[in-house]
Design a protein around this ligand. Structure first.
Ligand code: HEM
Length: 168
């Protein structure tokens, strides 16, 4: 292999790495940032200012849109994560990457559960305007979202600063 070929491979690897990191960050911002906004801003406003008949349809409309983006963000995170880990980056990954994968697994499972159980039931209850029962599902979703947000923030911290803990 000539020096030119080696340089070409190096440039290609750098571009691939930049793309994978950018997609990973994009997925992080959309998913974790979205949960942060929903929990810290939207939830407080909606609870204080709106009654259930206004609040629940609003929350449903927001979740309906947000969840589409979460599916895309989750796919981006998993694909780009394995792209960075497996294909491009350091051959010797630190424990922080394994911890991030574990957290990502928990976050994804919890999201599947939220989507398939309380969210689906809440949708049906809102359709028949059963506000008290829908509220019960919303409270459960809120708690699970908080857990997911905390796990997500831990994953972000590990992803961005974890490599510093690897240095001996
Ligand atoms: C909710 C899930 C996840 C979040 C929030 C997350 C977040 C992050 C963040 C913020 C970074 C720093 C990126 C940078 O250097 O600019 C990162 C790095 C990384 N992520 Fe993730 N990630 C998640 C899931 C995954 C998954 C499933 C994998 C799969 C292998 C993965 C593999 C990696 C790798 C290899 C790095 C580079 C680590 C390093 O620089 O030492 N991540 N992640």
């Amino acid at each position: 292999m000539t020096k030119f070929d080696q340089q070409k491979i190096c440039v290609q690897m750098t571009i691939q790495f930049a793309l994978a990191i950018a997609l990973h960050q994009l997925g992080t911002i959309i998913w974790i940032g979205g949960m942060f906004f929903a929990h810290s801003a939207l939830r407080l406003f909606a609870r204080r200012k709106l009654d259930p008949a206004q609040r629940l349809p609003l929350v449903l409309a927001v979740f309906r849109r947000f969840f589409i983006h979460v599916w895309i963000a989750a796919a981006l995170l998993w694909v780009s994560g394995f792209w960075i880990a497996g294909g491009i980056y350091r051959p010797d990954m630190g424990w922080h990457v394994y911890a991030m994968i574990l957290l990502a697994l928990l976050i994804s499972i919890l999201f599947f559960f939220i989507y398939l159980v309380p969210y689906r039931i809440m949708r049906k209850l809102i359709a028949v305007q059963d506000w008290p029962a829908a509220e019960v599902r919303l409270v459960l979703m809120r708690r699970l979202f908080l857990v997911n947000l905390l796990l997500g923030l831990a994953a972000v911290s590990l992803g961005s600063a974890g490599y510093l803990l690897q240095q001996k």
